[in-house]
Design a protein around this ligand. Structure first.
Ligand code: DNO
Length: 357
């Protein structure tokens, strides 16, 4: 298992590689070329310049989060073949640079969403929160405005400006796409790229829907154990895997996250884990919490134990943290609470490992 942290290149992160390097037990970063629009090829020069910066700070760049999928691929348009070809070229260039794992998502139009990026908590920290009623009352314009206004002038992953102009039209498009058709589009993509994932030695981990509740009538893809089974069965290769995001899946109280960790990790289908905790205020509403089990609704010990005992040998990163100690920055991606999260998870991992020795 390797512990990594998410980091954004090109001056688009307030957290520095020097700081990440000092978090005990962290060996690398998950990063992305957020300045390259979805669908374009990531060139070796662009990749190697970020890799050099990461390596020069004593860290590895083995995980990319994310190589975003062009909406034409998700929509199943004839133009998808060109974008898939570009995707495969990017995979080759990443593999040449030593990348071992790509995290991506197949959520239509929207990546993750929170209705409040700065919910104050009683201890004086703040965190991201979700209210389904509020989210359901929004137009895409209102939603986008909230996310841009709250972003602290940093690009929020999944909310890259290139997506905004056609968001409303894209949402309309999906009104005529059934769940089954959408899964055909996914299969088309997977069948095209997975043989190359095998050739280039890259594991793919699809990220679950976040939150796992339907918004704007868009098809849901990866939101519970059954949907994950269906997704993984679309292409049986070991390379077609899951990014087990405990917070995204745990946002639906009926998801048993420790048992998902056990099921999918023991099949060797989990190359990457996002570990974080959530605290529910109703069946659909929640806010993010510190990583500890006692701070939220998820049993983090059970998740880590099940991963370890299922032979998990991939990458883990702490996920969204709260903003603590007066830190400001990209919501969810400050340094301090994620560093505490990393140490906590590494502590659980050591305990489970020794208990199993
Ligand atoms: C949000 C992240 C997501 C995730 C993508 C993966 O903080 O968890 O943006 O990176 O869904 O493609």
């Amino acid at each position: 298992m390797k512990m990594i942290m998410r980091w954004f290149p090109n001056g688009d992160d307030k957290v520095t590689l020097d700081q990440i390097r000092q978090v005990p037990g962290v060996s690398g970063v998950a990063t992305m070329l957020s300045f390259v629009p979805a669908g374009e090829i990531w060139t070796p020069e662009q990749i190697n310049s970020v890799k050099k910066e990461v390596n020069d700070h004593g860290l590895e760049m083995e995980v990319i989060e994310s190589v975003n999928i062009h909406e034409d691929i998700k929509k199943g348009l004839p133009t998808r073949d060109k974008y898939i070809e570009n995707y495969i070229k990017t995979m080759k260039n990443l593999s040449d640079a030593g990348v071992k794992c790509i995290c991506y998502n197949f959520m239509p139009v929207l990546d993750w969403y929170r209705s409040n990026l700065y919910l104050p908590l009683p201890d004086g920290s703040n965190c991201m929160a979700y209210s389904h009623k509020y989210a359901s009352s929004l137009t895409t314009e209102m939603m986008t405005k909230d996310m841009i206004d709250g972003s602290n002038n940093l690009t929020l992953p999944g909310w890259e400006p290139e997506r905004f102009p056609q968001m409303a039209a894209d949402i309309d498009f999906y009104k005529n796409v059934s769940q089954d058709e959408y899964f055909e589009h996914i299969k088309y993509f997977l069948d095209a790229i997975i043989p190359y994932a095998e050739e280039y030695d890259i594991d793919f981990g699809v990220h679950p829907d976040d939150p796992p509740f339907p918004l704007f009538g868009l098809p849901k893809v990866v939101n519970n154990a059954e949907a994950i089974r269906k997704y993984l069965a679309l292409n049986p290769s070991k390379r077609n895997g899951l990014t087990l995001c405990t917070g995204s899946l745990g946002a639906n109280k009926s998801n048993d996250v420790p048992s998902m960790a056990k099921e999918f990790a023991s099949e060797g289908k989990v190359p990457f884990v996002h570990l974080r905790n959530v605290l529910h205020t109703s069946d659909t509403d929640f806010h993010e919490s510190a990583h500890l089990s006692e701070c939220g609704d998820l049993d983090m010990f059970a998740i880590v134990k099940n991963l370890y005992e299922s032979g998990f040998d991939g990458y883990i990163r702490p996920d969204h943290g709260r903003m603590i100690w007066g830190e400001t920055g990209r919501p969810g991606y400050g340094l301090y609470d994620r560093a505490l999260g990393a140490s906590y998870i590494l502590g659980l991992w050591e305990a489970v490992k020794k208990l199993n020795a």
